[in-house]
Design a protein around this ligand. Structure first.
Ligand SMILES: CC(C)(COP(=O)(O)OP(=O)(O)OC[C@H]1O[C@@H](n2cnc3c(N)ncnc32)[C@H](O)[C@@H]1OP(=O)(O)O)[C@@H](O)C(=O)NCCC(=O)NCCS
Length: 184
């Protein structure tokens, strides 16, 4: 993993730490629940398939995916993940991704951790733009992005295959406030 300092994030219920292979069973358990899966692109058929993702997550390549664990303070149990994929050193951009176990939905955890990691993406990765895509049907995720200050840039039609079907995705972004938009 190619990060040194973790994002600053304080919450009474959960904290952030690096994701480890030992978290995979807890991650898999909620990711495969139909109401979690329905509005995401995940297509996991086995725990083994999720374990394979850790090879990329553990890479030291600066363009590799970054994923942090969101864990309960009192038991260190994984209840969510958040991070960046499609990291481009050339363009200084990255795409945010997150998921939470349904037991802790509705407490504003995703917007606050999203805010913390976006700030970290600007300061530690030097990103000028962080984007997010959400399935057209994913109203919960769209709410998270809006609460986190992301701006909608439109609907990407047939943007990704989701479990064998082409699906539309909203695209949102937040720009590094220290850089903003440079007009030429
Ligand atoms: C999207 C997700 C991360 C939201 O996290 P969260 O911490 O619950 O976020 P919030 O508490 O701010 O709630 C966001 C919205 O979800 C809805 N919501 C909240 N609690 C809910 C519940 N128990 N059941 C269904 N929807 C709920 C509400 O519409 C809420 O918006 P509001 O606060 O304006 O009413 C979470 O639902 C999740 O992990 N979903 C599955 C994975 C996923 O969709 N990831 C994003 C892929 S782009």
């Amino acid at each position: 993993m190619h990060y040194i300092d973790l994002p600053t994030f304080t919450h009474e219920l959960v904290y952030l730490r690096p994701l480890s292979r030992a978290d995979a069973p807890a991650w898999y358990a909620y990711l495969t629940k139909p109401h979690v899966l329905n509005h995401t692109s995940w297509d996991l058929r086995s725990l083994d398939e999720l374990m394979q993702k850790f090879n990329a997550l553990e890479s030291s390549d600066s363009a590799s995916e970054i994923r942090l664990a969101i864990v309960l303070r009192d038991s260190d149990t994984l209840v969510g993940t958040i991070g960046f994929h499609s990291v481009s050193a050339l363009n200084k951009t990255a795409e945010i991704a997150y998921d939470l176990a349904p037991d802790i939905w509705g407490r504003g955890i995703a917007p606050s951790v999203c805010d913390a990691i976006v700030d970290w993406g600007f300061s530690h990765l030097g990103a000028v733009r962080i984007q997010a895509t959400a399935l057209e049907s994913n109203t919960r995720s769209v709410r998270v992005l809006e609460k986190c200050g992301f701006q909608c840039e439109g609907l990407l039609r047939n943007f990704r295959m989701v479990r064998g079907h082409p699906r539309n995705f909203w695209i949102y972004s937040r720009l590094n406030p220290r850089i903003g938009i440079v007009d030429t």
